[in-house]
Design a protein around this ligand. Structure first.
Ligand code: ADP
Length: 333
C-alpha cells in the first residue's frame, strides 16, 4: 500500500493562557508547545503509523525551522527527497489556548504555497508508482491538479480533504475519488447546515440535492465528518452509510479529521469495504482525540486493532445498504 501526499508542513506553536488576549494586550503564558504539523504532514504521518508506505512533496522554507523539518522527517523515517526547498518562511502557526480549550490562531502557509505543478511533474514517476494520491487545501491547486490527473490517468484513486476550504477547482473535483470534509466545510460547500447534516446522519432527513449535485461533478464518495457525532458517507445512487463516533473521552480533538482521513485511505487501500473502512476511520479519529496535540496521538495499526477489539459491536455503520461498491476506476474527463 503506497500513498503519495501533496503535502503541507506547518510548525504549530501554541501558548496556554488564562484567557484569550485582546488587541494590544501582552499576556503571560503558562505553557508553550511547538509541534510539527500541517494537514498534509498529519495525513502522511497518520498513514505511515498505520503501516502505509508514504511518499510525497513538502515545500519548506529557509529559516530557523528548516533544520527542525529535516530532523522531524528523519525521525519519522520519511526520506529527504520528500522535501522541496523554497525561499522564504516555512509554514508556521501560532495559537492561544484558554483553560476551556477555546483557541484563536493564525497560520502562515509560507513555502507551502510555493509548491508547483512542475515539482509534481519532476516527481511524476514517484506519483505514478503509488496506489493513491492524497491532498489537502493547505497546498495550491496547481500541484494537486497535476498529481490527481497523473493518478487518475493510471486508474488510481485520489483523496481530497479541502481544508481550509476555498472554491473547488472543477478539474480537481472531477479527478477526486474520495472527498472528505468536516461539518463546517460541508456547510461552506452548501451541502447543508450542521443540524441538517446531523438529521441526515441519523436518518431523519433525506440528503440535500446539493449532495447529489456535488457527486455528479466527480467524487465516487463524499464523506462528511461531524466530530463526536460521527460521519456519513454518500455515493451516487446509493443510500448514505451512517457511521457513529466511538464513545471516548476526548482530551484534544486536533488532528481527528486527519487521522480519520488516513484511516479511511489505509483501510480502502487494504481493500476493506466502505462500511468497514468508515469504522476504522472513526476509530482513528477517536484515538487521535486521546492526547494533546496531533503528532503523538495518531495510532499505530496495532493500537487501532486493539481499540477495535475492545469495541467489537459498537459503532458500526447503521445504514441498511452494503458498504461495498466504491468505484475507484478512472473518471471520465
Ligand atoms: P475535523 O478535525 O476535520 O474537524 P471532526 O471533528 O469531524 O474532523 O472529526 C473527524 C472524526 O473523528 C469524526 O467523524 C469522529 O469519527 C472522530 N471524532 C472526532 N471527535 C471525536 C470525539 N470527541 N469523540 C469520538 N470521536 C471523535
Amino acid at each position: 500500500m503506497r500513498v503519495f501526499v501533496i503535502g503541507s508542513f506547518v510548525i504549530a506553536c501554541s501558548v496556554k493562557v488564562a484567557r484569550l488576549p485582546q488587541a494590544g494586550e501582552s499576556l503571560a503564558g503558562s505553557a508553550f508547545r511547538a509541534e510539527p504539523g500541517g494537514k498534509g504532514f498529519n495525513l502522511a504521518l497518520a498513514a505511515h503509523r498505520l503501516g502505509v508506505r508514504v511518499d510525497g512533496l513538502f515545500a519548506v522554507g529557509e529559516d530557523v525551522f528548516s533544520p527542525v523539518v529535516r530532523s522531524t522527517f528523519a525521525q519519522v523515517g520519511f526520506p529527504d527527497t520528500m522535501l522541496v526547498p523554497r525561499a522564504g518562511s516555512t509554514g508556521a502557526g501560532v495559537a492561544f489556548v484558554d483553560p476551556a480549550g477555546e483557541n484563536c490562531l493564525a497560520v502562515c502557509l509560507g513555502a507551502n504555497l510555493a509548491l508547483t505543478a512542475a515539482d509534481v511533474r519532476a516527481a511524476a514517476a514517484r506519483v505514478e508508482a503509488t496506489d493513491l494520491v492524497a491532498a489537502t487545501f493547505e497546498s495550491p491547486d496547481a500541484p494537486i491538479r497535476e498529481a490527481f490527473a497523473l493518478a487518475r490517468g493510471r486508474g488510481r484513486p485520489t483523496l481530497l480533504n479541502p481544508s481550509p476550504m476555498r472554491p473547488l477547482d472543477p478539474a480537481i473535483l472531477a479527478d477526486t475519488t474520495i472527498l472528505v470534509v468536516n461539518g463546517v466545510e460541508a456547510a461552506e460547500l452548501g451541502l447543508g447546515a450542521a443540524e441538517t447534516l446531523e438529521a441526515i446522519r441519523t436518518g431523519t432527513r433525506a440528503p440535500t440535492p446539493a449532495i447529489a449535485a456535488l457527486l455528479d461533478r466527480g467524487p465516487a464518495c463524499l464523506v462528511v465528518t461531524l466530530g463526536e457525532r460521527g460521519a456519513i458517507a454518500f455515493r451516487p445512487g446509493l443510500p448514505p452509510l451512517r457511521q457513529p463516533a466511538f464513545a471516548v473521552t476526548a482530551i484534544d480533538t486536533v488532528g481527528a479529521g486527519d487521522a480519520f482521513a488516513a484511516g479511511l485511505m489505509a483501510a480502502l487501500l487494504a481493500k476493506a469495504p466502505l462500511d468497514a473502512a468508515l469504522r476504522r476511520a472513526a476509530a482513528c479519529g477517536a484515538l487521535a482525540t486521546g492526547q494533546f496535540g496531533a503528532f503523538d496521538a495518531f495510532p499505530t495499526a496495532a493500537a487501532l486493532d486493539a481499540f477495535l477489539e475492545a469495541f467489537p459491536d459498537a459503532a458500526g455503520p447503521d445504514a441498511a445498504s452494503s458498504g461495498a461498491g466504491l468505484s475507484t476506476g478512472p473518471t471520465a474527463r
